[in-house]
Design a protein around this ligand. Structure first.
Ligand code: NI
Length: 429
């Protein structure tokens, strides 16, 4: 099985940040095997014309709650805690397997359509997310969100262990499983330490919400006399590979701790704006050498799963906040959405850039749109002029899942219809 993409422009996002014009990319099985002129002896079953298109690494959405797509536009314009406690949590308590399956599949479709090939999800009933991944062909890290329940401290941990044992490295290596303490305000120190020990035992990573709101930081100081970052560090959480979603309210000391411990912050600019959480010091972290990834958060606090929009927001917001037009360049934003996401998902050996030997997770963008003319700088075009609707073809793990702007794996009309039915049914339950 081979695919050749001919006569295309390639944005490698490798160390040299190369843009290669008029070249060919060869895929055999699930890997990129050659970039350049003719590859002798290669028989491509599928040939894709890459003229006037850009091939770039598939985007990596490093913080999602896929099932929450059912709540898109259901509860907006509320502060984070009211939004969660009055609107979201009561509905989440009633979610069943069918809801999660169709909600997650709707999310996967939206991600694929806008060029995302991998995600890191924090939610529950994760078997249904696996079903969606099997159907759609997407790659992802699954983490069962853990909010401590003092009356039943074991069941969510057991869910996580079972998820890890059944699915880590599953679907031909398309799945990783990590542990997800929801936050430092929803889990006691003792319980966080228990989760950290379990991560070590399973030799896996941690996915947590950290320093998302000012309130969270103030409460943590009041209760424990230290910031959420320092609190997590002191409890030993960062001895594990850690993805920390948000990281909005950070002191200089917090930033040093994240740097020294190789923690991967995930910037969610759309969600932080919409929930009025604040502005994360992304430029400062990038300049220190921290690999900041990019995420959308759930579709009810964004309200899209479109990383092109997030790249644009990340690049624009930091300039205005820092009164510095050099803050978060187009290249920084692209790296956040690709290679830095691969670092965050602990998958950098296999995805995040276009290099021979890496997995073929690739997107081809149609550059015929008016917004791409005149043609000066491809990185600027992606970060400032794209809208995510120009994704032409998506390849994940060497398989075409979206071609000529049509899904090849998902029955999208059925997914839209079923997602609508599920939320209507849920609201009546
Ligand atoms: Ni979140």
């Amino acid at each position: 099985m081979g695919i050749v993409i001919r006569d295309t422009s390639v944005m490698t996002v490798d160390k040299e940040n190369r843009i290669i014009e008029n070249t060919n990319v060869y895929i055999h099985g699930n890997k990129i095997i050659h970039i350049g002129s003719e590859y002798d002896g290669f028989e491509g079953d599928i040939v894709i014309n890459g003229k006037n298109k850009l091939l770039m690494p598939g985007l990596i959405n490093a913080h999602t709650h896929l099932g929450m797509s059912l709540f898109r536009n259901y509860a907006d314009d509320l502060p984070l805690f009211d939004w969660l406690s009055k609107k979201i949590w009561p509905l989440e308590a009633k979610l069943n397997k069918q809801d999660i399956y169709w909600g997650s599949l709707l999310s996967m479709a939206e991600m694929i359509e806008t060029g995302t090939t991998s995600f890191c999800d924090m939610y529950f009933l994760m078997d249904e997310v696996v079903r969606g991944m099997e159907e759609s062909g997407i790659r992802g890290v699954l983490t069962r969100g853990i909010i401590e329940d003092k009356n039943d401290p074991d069941s969510k941990l057991n869910d996580s262990i079972s998820l890890y044992k059944r699915y880590d490295n599953g679907l031909d290596g398309r799945i990783k499983v990590m542990l997800a303490p929801h936050g430092v305000y929803t889990n006691s120190p003792e319980y966080l330490m228990r989760i950290s020990d379990l991560a070590k035992e399973l030799n896996t990573g941690i996915h947590i919400h950290l320093s998302e709101t000012k309130q969270e930081v103030e409460d943590c100081y009041r209760q424990f006399g230290r910031s959420p970052v320092k609190h997590s560090y002191e409890l030993g959480l960062f001895e594990n590979h850690t993805l920390a979603a948000h990281c909005v309210h950070l002191s200089d000391e917090d930033i040093e701790i994240l740097l020294d411990n190789n923690v991967y912050p995930v910037n969610n600019p759309g969600s932080n704006l919409k929930l009025a959480s604040g502005f994360a010091p992304i430029d400062k972290m990038i300049k220190k050498g921290i690999k900041v990834a990019l995420g959308t958060d759930g579709a009810s606090s964004n309200n899209n799963l479109n990383l092109f929009k997030e790249m644009n927001l990340a690049a624009l917001i930091n300039k205005a906040v820092n009164l510095d037009a050099l803050s978060v360049s187009a290249n920084d934003a692209i790296r956040m959405a690709t290679i830095n996401g691969a670092y965050a998902l602990n998958w950098v050996d296999e995805i995040g850039s276009i290099e021979v030997g890496k997995k073929a997770d690739l997107i081809l963008i149609d550059l015929n749109g008016i917004n791409y003319y005149p043609r000066h700088n491809l990185e600027s075009q992606i970060a400032y002029s794209s809208n995510g609707k120009d994704v032409h073809t998506v390849i994940i793990d060497g398989k075409i899942v979206y071609k000529d702007k049509e899904f090849t794996t998902i029955d999208i009309e059925k997914v839209k219809y079923m997602a609508d039915c599920q939320i209507k049914d849920l609201l009546k339950r």
